[in-house]
Design a protein around this ligand. Structure first.
Ligand SMILES: NC(=O)c1ccc[n+]([C@@H]2O[C@H](COP(=O)([O-])OP(=O)(O)OC[C@H]3O[C@@H](n4cnc5c(N)ncnc54)[C@H](O)[C@@H]3O)[C@@H](O)[C@H]2O)c1
Ligand SMILES: [Zn+2]
Length: 352
């Protein structure tokens, strides 16, 4: 995993270094808007232009139908076991690209060149690939690790502000569960980070990756520890679902979900009132998070389908102080209702 500047324009020699040689056929999976901005720069270091495959932008194209279409394009273009696939885009391109590479001819090597903040700190780390079904998100997939990840901070220069801020919520999360130095850095360098100062971004990205990679290395298949990466995600996913995946970006939903988790943690005493205030302020420093127009009952009902719930027990990740977290299994319906009520009241106030 390399995070830095000037990576996209120097990919070919980097690939050669990692793979030993430049594969005969290089496929790039991307989407048209990203390619329009970055395609020329991407191709600069390749003597022979890679074969470009396009995925339509948007979560609704993260499907098996897209996968089939792309696999057939690869076959028609002569892709073989020695081909390399590069996923060049946000998390959607990364998840689909990784999955293509996992199943094409039973698996070919791939690399990630993530271009959103979220993809750089989160989705390109950990080896999870896959697509959605109409029945739910990310229900089909496989673990397939990239040969390399090149996170170019320069790519973030064209990323819309809203996408950047949403992605930063995953860094706030990483800090809260595992890295108090990152929490402090993000508190003290808001202007630099939001102003896209390369040094500040590099620091936040590197620290966030370290947290995720460290957790995943100890628990790749999500038996236990990896669950702490889901801080804010129980209520976050419920919010996304209750608003039909339209009103909120994933990171924004996680931001609100963390507010609910902080409330529960304060109530249970795993964080102090002071820590609660500090962490809640941090979330809003990287906001403002969008207003929520959704009924509490709908959000609470949506938490029942959470993948983390085993046998009907409502599992919840709660921060323990700043820089640690644990999983509780006995969150009652009334506690959850109170937390969601608190979050929704905040969502009203902050945006009034
Ligand atoms: N595999 C994992 O472990 C994992 C973890 C978290 C999220 N995910 C997945 O990631 C996906 C979300 O990823 P995302 O937030 O990156 O969304 P995304 O891939 O939809 O990208 C967001 C938007 O930004 C645009 N974009 C991307 N890079 C750009 C750039 N440099 N300049 C301008 N515009 C750019 C895209 O075209 C898109 O419109 C979800 O499908 C989610 O399930 C996977
Ligand atoms: Zn997330």
């Amino acid at each position: 995993m390399v995070a830095g500047s000037g990576l996209i324009e120097t990919l070919a020699p980097r690939i050669q270094r990692v793979a030993g040689r430049l594969p005969r056929r290089v496929f790039v999976l991307t989407s048209a808007p990203i390619w329009a901005l970055w395609g020329q720069i991407f191709c600069a270091s390749f003597a022979e232009a890679p074969v470009v495959l396009f995925l339509e932008p948007g979560e609704k194209h993260k499907t098996l139908a897209s996968v089939e279409k792309l696999l057939r394009q690869m076959a028609r273009a002569g892709g073989d076991r020695g081909s390399l696939l590069i996923a060049f885009g946000g998390g959607i391109v990364g998840d689909v690209g990784g999955f293509l590479a996992a199943i094409y001819m039973r698996g070919i090597p791939y690399m990630q060149v993530p271009t959103t903040f979220l993809a750089q700190v989160d989705s390109s780390v950990g080896g999870k690939t896959g697509v959605n079904l109409p029945e739910g998100k990310n229900l089909v997939g496989s673990f397939h690790h990239p040969l390399a990840v090149f996170a170019d901070i320069g790519a973030l220069g064209t990323l819309p502000d809203r996408e950047l801020k949403a992605g930063l919520m995953e860094s706030v999360k990483a800090g809260i569960i595992r890295d108090r130095t990152l929490v402090r850095f993000m508190e003290e360098h808001v202007d630099e980070v939001l102003g896209r100062d390369a040094k500040a971004l590099e620091k936040v990205i590197a620290a966030s990756i370290r947290v995720k990679a460290g957790v995943v290395a100890r628990d790749e298949r999500e038996q236990g520890l990896r669950m702490i990466l889901n801080l804010g995600h129980t209520v976050g996913h419920a919010l996304e679902q209750a608003t039909d995946y339209k009103a909120l970006l994933h990171g924004e939903a996680v931001g609100w979900g963390m507010v609910a988790a902080l409330y529960l943690a304060r109530r249970r005493g795993t964080i102090t009132g002071h820590q609660f205030e500090r962490l809640e302020s941090l979330i809003h420093l990287y906001g403002p998070l969008p207003a929520l127009k959704v009924r509490a009952g709908k959000v609470v009902a949506a938490t029942r389908g959470d993948k983390k719930n085993l046998g009907g027990v409502r599992r919840f990740v709660l921060p323990v102080g700043i820089g640690d977290a644990g999983v509780v299994e006995d969150v009652t319906a009334s506690e959850l209702e109170a937390a969601v009520g608190f979050m929704l009241a905040q969502a009203g106030e902050k945006n009034a």
